[in-house]
Design a protein around this ligand. Structure first.
Ligand code: 13P
Ligand code: SF4
Length: 321
């Protein structure tokens, strides 16, 4: 058996300076999601929500290398849109409970039993699952995408039952919902949020639509990560209770330095005991980013036929949004 050993990192290196140097040398661009560690958000060339990052990946013309600081399905999305560029993910194990909930073979089997359904998949799924879908959406554009679906066909919304349920209520359209959920957004405690709102009556509770219905019911505003960020930046309240992954508080606080931000509380024993961090997002580190740029590994590779099938509903989404 052959084993590959990685050259260790020289401890005297300034990793931030090295990353800047390697970025130029490799003609690389760094994309990061708001759920990354603060240091990673700060070193990124583009920071955004899932839709922003997919659009940026599509618009990227000069870079030879895209280093994606997010989770696997996000880097895979960048590769679907950029087959000729090297797409790096600092840690290939950075997964997602939503993507895991809807493997392509299970979706294919479901479709075989329900051939009349139109399938809308949340971007939080694998390339193989995207390839089985009629349209893709993100939390930013989900309402617009749903409105573009044919009126005369039943809809399956996969894999997030919470986002699907919220959309269904907003637009008054019945949908079949795949039973997946985000392991982070389901941990928020309704009871503790009610208590917090009572203690801070002037605060606004803002939440991501991946939260469960009994939590969203108490939200004053529901939106994607970018919309939550804009709400805090532009809103007239002094205090916000933030119901999404806690990484975003870093950029929110920078956007609204004088406002008070409170992480929405989770149930005891849920999440990382008392916080709402995504363990997959947090697998990426500055060290792994440096190694990825140094070694041009680990890369996202996709079978070309699969890539082409996954590209169709994704490009359609980008055209509609
Ligand atoms: P958005 O970036 O669309 O808000 O989605 C959040 C998320 O869970 C990404 O994994
Ligand atoms: Fe997946 Fe939830 Fe983590 Fe986003 S926060 S990557 S939806 S597990």
């Amino acid at each position: 058996m052959t084993t590959t050993t990685q050259t260790p990192i020289d401890p005297s290196l300034d990793l931030f300076a090295e990353i800047e140097r390697l970025k130029v040398e490799r003609k690389a661009v760094i994309l990061a999601h708001y759920y990354q560690d603060p240091d990673i958000q700060d070193l990124a060339d583009h920071l955004g929500d899932s839709l922003d990052l997919a659009r940026t990946a599509q618009a990227e013309t000069d870079a030879e290398v895209i280093l994606f600081c997010g989770v696997h399905f996000m880097a895979e999305t960048a590769k679907i849109l950029n087959p000729d560029r090297i797409v790096l993910l600092p840690d290939l194990e950075a997964g997602c409970s939503l993507a895991d909930a809807c493997p392509a073979d299970q979706l294919r089997a479901w479709k075989a039993k329900h051939p009349d359904h139109f399938v809308i998949s949340y971007i939080n799924c694998s390339a193989a699952t995207k390839a089985e879908s009629d349209l893709i959406c993100t939390s930013s554009n989900a309402a617009k995408i749903l409105k573009a679906a044919p009126d005369d066909r039943p809809i399956l919304f996969a894999p997030d039952r919470n986002l699907g349920g919220w959309l269904s209520k907003q637009l008054g359209r019945e949908m079949d919902l795949w039973p997946g959920s985000c392991q982070v957004h389901v941990t928020f405690s309704e009871r503790k949020i009610i208590e917090l709102k009572t203690r801070h009556p002037d605060a606004e509770f803002i939440a991501h639509p991946e939260c469960e219905d009994h939590v969203l019911r108490h939200a004053d505003f529901v939106g994607s990560t970018r919309k939550l960020l804009e709400r805090v930046r532009d809103g007239d309240r002094q205090t916000y209770i933030v119901g999404t992954e806690s990484g975003i508080l870093h950029t929110m606080q920078k956007a609204a330095p004088h406002k008070t931000l409170i992480e929405a509380p989770v149930e005891q024993g849920q999440g990382c005991t008392a916080c709402s961090e995504c363990p997959h997002m947090k697998r990426n580190t500055v060290e792994k980013i440096y190694l990825a740029l140094r070694d041009l590994q680990p890369r996202i590779e996709l079978d070309e036929e699969l890539r082409r099938r996954a590209e169709l509903p994704l490009v359609r989404m980008l055209e509609l949004s």
